[in-house]
Design a protein around this ligand. Structure first.
Ligand SMILES: Nc1ncnc2c1ncn2[C@@H]1O[C@H](COP(=O)(O)OP(=O)(O)O)[C@@H](O)[C@H]1O
Ligand SMILES: Cc1ncsc1CCOP(=O)(O)O
Ligand SMILES: [Mg+2]
Length: 266
């Protein structure tokens, strides 16, 4: 791939309003749903084991975020992933703080072994999959994106999935192609669940651009970057940033994305 047309993928996402099943944590549910609605997708927070697999079969995409775990949640996540795999629904995994406890690490590995289409995490989360000690502090990253790039490439190649490492400048790979996405704001890590909401948005794009989850992921990250950079200009702190960010997500047009996206392909 020498080029990418994020504006076309964005236009398609807005016109199709994909139904995105989000299994996410208690902290993220509201912001993730609002991010999806502002961007033009249709979120549904469906996680009970009894229905998660059936819903994954009718959804455009599924996202699984392990932020607030308990045995019931894990059962729902596995049922959803199995349903998605059966129906060919793309799904995104967000391994929140999986390195922090053995319980969490084991659950993350079991879900990873079900074969997500895309893995999206912060640098410490991706790095920790190599077995290296990460500098992460709970859900917050303590490592640079660069430090996790090699692990991302290995994971992408060995598991045939797209891996996105987010931070100051995001990194995306499918093992062959590489993209770096700039934009955003240093205020973003000061607002809880921004990464979780981004995982939902990656789901939305992967649901409408099924032939190329790498391009879908790059487009989602680029849109987040543009909305973050725009919100930064008018925000006076994390509180007003959150509000501005949603407004910007809704205001950005495909043409704006084409002009302002900070995508470098390699
Ligand atoms: N220092 C930064 N400057 C600009 N954007 C950032 C910065 N840190 C994080 N982001 C952006 O915030 C979003 C969430 O990423 P991240 O903070 O890595 O995830 P998480 O919330 O899961 O830890 C991404 O869009 C990322 O590009
Ligand atoms: C604070 C917190 N605790 C458990 S999940 C969660 C939200 C994490 O959000 P993000 O990974 O987007 O920073
Ligand atoms: Mg996170």
């Amino acid at each position: 791939m020498t080029d990418i047309a994020p504006e076309k993928i964005f236009e398609k996402m807005r016109s199709e309003t994909p139904l995105v099943q989000c299994i996410t944590n208690y902290v993220a549910m509201n912001i993730a749903a609002n991010v999806l609605l502002s961007a033009g997708a249709s979120p549904a927070m469906i996680h009970a084991e009894e229905e998660a697999g059936d819903f994954a079969k009718i959804a455009s995409a599924l996202t699984i975020n392990i932020g607030t775990l308990s045995p019931q949640w894990i059962a729902g996540m596995k049922a959803a992933a199995n349903g998605a795999n059966e129906a060919g629904t793309p799904w995104v995994m967000d391994p929140v703080a999986h390195f922090a406890t053995p319980y969490r690490a084991n659950a993350a590995l079991e879900i990873l072994n079900l074969g997500p289409t895309i893995l999206r995490g912060n640098a410490s989360e991706i790095l920790a999959f190599s077995g290296a000690t990460s500098g992460g502090k709970g859900v917050d990253s303590g490592d640079s994106v660069e430090a996790a790039e090699a692990t991302a490439k290995t994971l992408a190649t060995e598991r045939s999935m797209v891996v996105a490492v987010t931070g100051e400048k995001d990194f995306v790979t499918d093992g062959k192609r590489v993209a770096r996405i700039s934009g955003g704001s240093p205020m973003m890590p000061q607002i809880t669940a921004m990464g979780c909401a981004l995982t939902g948005l990656v789901g939305a794009f992967s649901g409408v651009h099924r032939d190329d989850p790498f391009e879908a992921t790059v487009t989602a990250l680029a849109l987040f970057g543009v909305a973050g950079a725009r919100a930064h200009k008018s925000a006076s702190g994390p509180g007003s940033f959150s509000v501005q960010f949603l407004d910007q997500l809704a205001a950005i047009t495909p043409e704006d994305l084409k002009k302002e996206a900070g995508i470098e392909l390699q």
